[in-house]
Ligand binder design. Structure first.
Ligand code: SF4
Length: 501
């Protein structure tokens, strides 16, 4: 596996196409960026990868919002919160921040993802749609004066409509439905500015009947200029992706970059950001989980994939290799120590002798804790890996039930696993609709919300701030946190009652 985390020296991308030949110190005067110029400076492999992963998180959450039919306002607030967490981009007025550093990271991340997502029609389409939405959110959350400064810095090639022409089409312009709705007065009309552009550049305005069309031109009110900007952004990006796709074969010889790009595009296809190098997935999230507590934790806090593995293990007293690997690493990150893990697996494999267990299984358990063989600290598998790699055979229990179960089995399993947590048959249509559309982790996130409603989790909130599930350990950790908070609140309420009483 490629480990960018160990490279600390600056690594120029000698074999990269011109798009990623990185050599200049161009400052970033604006928060908004049309990404016309590739980063022309040296980029370390760590920066190359971490900037892309941060951006991928945001884009994947935007895609989740599309799937969840979030309104634009909901999407904007979720995306804005995610950006503040993973990809901060402050306005010029935030003088104390490292503005140039933030913008550089934004710039690098965008261009790395271009390389990863230019490879197929499907990836290009989805990338453009998500990037467009990210740009729009940033546009809408930008400072008005800075946004104007950004507009002035670009030559959009919009033709201003002069007073004579405006007067000639006064009736038509004032009759545009959106103008009528705003009770357009003649006095206001005289003050307002219009631009004309080829109608094909503003299809959304044409569709919503918010422009006057004449001779192939669309007459656009200044209020609608944002639509023209978004359209420009989209056209530019589509062209750039085509060019990048043509240049990409020149990258194939670079064994450092291709695995990273493959992994990024795979994550986007799965609808889940890649987390294969995430430190949170390799270190234990807690400690002190005892072997005898696992059954109880599984019933209360595990996502479907781990519930299924746990139940198969309890039922069959055995799990095949991939199942042991998926579940064992998950338990490690959950906080089960090596001694407790051995005790747990020994007790679970109750149909075999000590001798067989020691010979065939003990070594592998120790190996997954980095105590044998290469002594690597193997991370737990992320949703992306579980969804995309090592598809389970008929007698195997690993994988993601949302993806790998038949519809009937999934519905029965959901009811059997989560009825005690408030999940009912009336929730099934929504979940199955999402599953049929191939958005497995969104279905899992929705199940999390339903089964944690008693802890105050609302629809659309995900594991916090609207974030979707991307890792089974993230599901379990958040579920345990919520229970802890609920218990603490109950205790403090009880104390308050005692004091009052
Ligand atoms: Fe497990 Fe992820 Fe599938 Fe949920 S979406 S069941 S956490 S693999």
């Amino acid at each position: 596996m490629f480990n960018a985390g160990k490279r600390t020296t600056s690594t120029p991308l000698k074999h990269a196409p011109a798009e990623v030949q990185l050599h200049s110190t161009a400052p970033y005067p604006h928060r908004l960026n049309f990404y016309d110029v590739p980063p022309l400076f040296d980029v370390t492999l760590e920066e190359f990868e971490s900037a892309a992963l941060a951006r991928l998180r945001i884009l994947a959450e935007i895609e989740s919002s599309f799937v969840r039919n979030r309104s634009y306002d909901e999407l904007k607030s979720v995306t804005d919160a995610q950006c503040k967490k993973y990809l901060t981009l402050n306005a010029n007025s935030a003088s104390t921040q490292d503005l140039q550093g933030e913008r550089r990271r934004d710039h690098v991340g965008h261009f790395v993802l271009r390389l990863a997502f230019c490879r197929s029609e499907e990836l290009r389409r989805r990338f453009v749609k998500a990037e467009m939405m990210l740009f729009r959110v940033r546009w809408d959350t930008d400072d008005t004066r800075e946004r104007e400064g950004f507009l002035e810095s670009r030559d959009f090639d919009w033709t201003p409509v002069d007073d004579k022409e405006k007067e000639a089409y006064k009736e038509e312009l004032m009759a545009v439905p959106s103008n009528i709705r705003t009770q357009y007065s003649e006095g206001q009309f005289k003050k307002d500015k219009y631009h004309k552009v080829r109608w094909t550049r503003v299809p959304d305005l044409v569709e919503k009947r918010r422009v006057f069309l004449k001779g192939g031109w669309a007459y656009v009110h200044e209020r609608e200029s944002s639509s023209m900007v978004f359209q420009e952004f989209q056209i530019n990006l589509e062209k750039a992706l085509d060019m990048t796709a043509k240049a990409l074969p020149r990258l194939d010889e670079d064994t450092r970059l291709i695995p990273i790009l493959d992994n990024l595009s795979q994550g986007f296809l799965a609808g889940v950001p890649s987390e294969w190098l995430s430190s949170s997935s390799s270190g234990a999230e807690g400690s002190g989980v005892k072997a005898e507590e696992i059954d109880d934790l599984a019933k209360k806090h595990f996502p479907m994939c781990m519930r299924n593995l746990h139940e198969s293990l309890m039922r069959d007293r055995h799990l095949k290799h991939m199942g042991r690997l998926q579940y064992g690493l998950f338990l490690k990150v959950l906080g089960v120590s090596i001694d407790e893990a051995i005790a747990f697996w020994r007790r679970s494999f109750s149909n075999i002798t000590d001798d067989k267990f020691n010979k065939e299984y003990r070594y592998n358990i120790r190996h997954s804790y980095g105590l044998e063989g290469r002594r690597a600290n193997y991370p737990a598998k992320s949703c992306q890996q579980i969804l995309m790699q090592d598809q389970p055979g008929s007698a195997e229990s690993h994988g993601c039930p949302y993806r790998h179960f038949s519809e009937d089995n999934l519905q029965s399993a959901l009811l059997a696993s989560y009825s005690a947590h408030g999940f009912t048959a009336s929730d099934l249509p929504e979940i199955m609709h999402t599953v049929r559309a191939g958005h497995y982790h969104v279905a899992c996130t929705r199940v999390f919300e339903i089964t944690h409603a008693r802890s105050g989790v609302k629809k659309g909130e995900g594991v916090g701030g609207g974030e979707s599930i991307t890792h089974p350990n993230q599901y379990a950790a958040r579920s345990r946190e919520l229970e802890k908070a609920r218990q603490e609140k109950a205790e403090s309420d009880r104390d308050a009652m005692l004091v009052d009483g």
